[in-house]
Design a protein around this ligand. Sequence first.
Ligand SMILES: C[S@@+](CC[C@H](N)C(=O)[O-])C[C@H]1O[C@@H](n2cnc3c(N)ncnc32)[C@H](O)[C@@H]1O
Length: 478
Amino acid sequence: MYKKKQMVEVEILDLGDKNQCYGKLPDGMSIFVQGPAAIGDTVTAEIFKIKKKFLGSRMRELIKPSPHRIEPVCPYFGLCGGCKWQHMDYTEQLRLKRKQVQDALEHIGGFQSLECEPCIAAPDLFVYRNKMDFSFTDLRYLTTEEIGIEPGEHEKPLDFALGFHAAGCYAKAIDIDHCDISPEEMNIALNTVRDFCLRHKEALPVYSTRSHTGELRNLVVRKGGSTGEFMVNLVTSTHMPNLMKELCEDLKAALGDRLTTFVNNITDRKNTVAIGDHEFVLHGPGFITDRLGDYTYRISANSFFQTNTAQAEKLYFQILESAKLKESDIVYDLYCGTGSISLFASSHCQKVLGVEVVESSVLDARENARRNGVENCTFIKLDLKDIKEIEQEMGTFGHPDVVITDPPRAGMNPKAVQMLLKIAPATIVYVSCNPASLARDGQMLCESGAYRLVHVQPIDMFPQTNHVESVARFERIP
Ligand SMILES: C[S@@+](CC[C@H](N)C(=O)[O-])C[C@H]1O[C@@H](n2cnc3c(N)ncnc32)[C@H](O)[C@@H]1O
């Protein structure tokens, strides 16, 4: 009895999967609503999918606002795939972040009796990012207002955009000139690089993911949250020394002393990952430093570093609290990035082995230990898919009492989880930026009866977005 394109009125009751909202129609039919709705809103939604038990729809109009709804500050809100929760007040964002973790643990992991803690709030709700990755595309995303305009009449070129991918449309990017969660330097660099690239459009074509030709791929900017040091990293297909020198002068003119380093990363990979295979340093040392707690970290263009410095410090103190380290403990820090967790743990235990696949991160981790005078951390380059090698390392380094694991969004490779079960440390602290991965891997750890999940602490590293970090403590069952 429902038809595609039919408009229905629905009250939003909950959040569903993939940041969709959920409601029920008067006849009891479940409906998922895509778009910027908030729990408590009443909206009109257009049906585009009809299944036996549920409907898929897109929000078209807000009829009655939720008491948690606020005015988003960003002009790209609703288009940009980034800050999807700017229309909700912060108390509601925190409530929903905790709920996401709790729901994933219950529904995916089968952890029915565990209550996770309230989500730890961030001090800065805007201007908190220490890294931004802007994409170049040759397909600019058109806003609704721009769609009817004749091709020759557009104010901006159609075959150039530097900004963020549009929500649900990865091939295209919105050409943005300002991002509210980025510090001012990042916005200045964004506009300086865009002006330069448009002025040299012939020599600097955008890399096309369809033809795999072109130069401009990504603009990555990093600012030390505690130090203010600022890096611009332009990722291109080839190195064009004269153009890069010219761009460097433009950046220095726009940013003055605030620009501490400019690098040009080169890659010919047929993907859009903002990582270079060769690097040319055009200004400054080629890295920035940042401080967390008592430690100073060196961060290179391709190295992982937590993107919210103020919250990273809180996260690391949570990890220490969860790990309950003893002086005699041997600790493994898996997926260690630039070794930041290892250094935090180093003064509370006997020694730490950090494991990481990206070579520049391993080099940074060693350098970080050296410059902080830390002598009980060892860092090795290893793909954690190759579990045999970690067993070999264990032979020389010693059996871990505590393993801290902080995998990427996709979670741990199942073989790495099996390896954890085999080496069976007394405590596993799982740090996760994806509740679904935590729940899935946590279930693997617990289903055999080897471990139990005893504590989960969500923490907000990314205000205005639907992302949440959590620290989970698993204890081996004796
Ligand atoms: C979420 S980051 C954690 C970094 C670090 N713990 C921190 O707090 O800064 C995940 C790290 O895992 C690394 N990584 C991804 N896949 C890996 C693999 N298969 N083996 C080892 N490390 C990997 C990434 O390079 C990245 O540094």
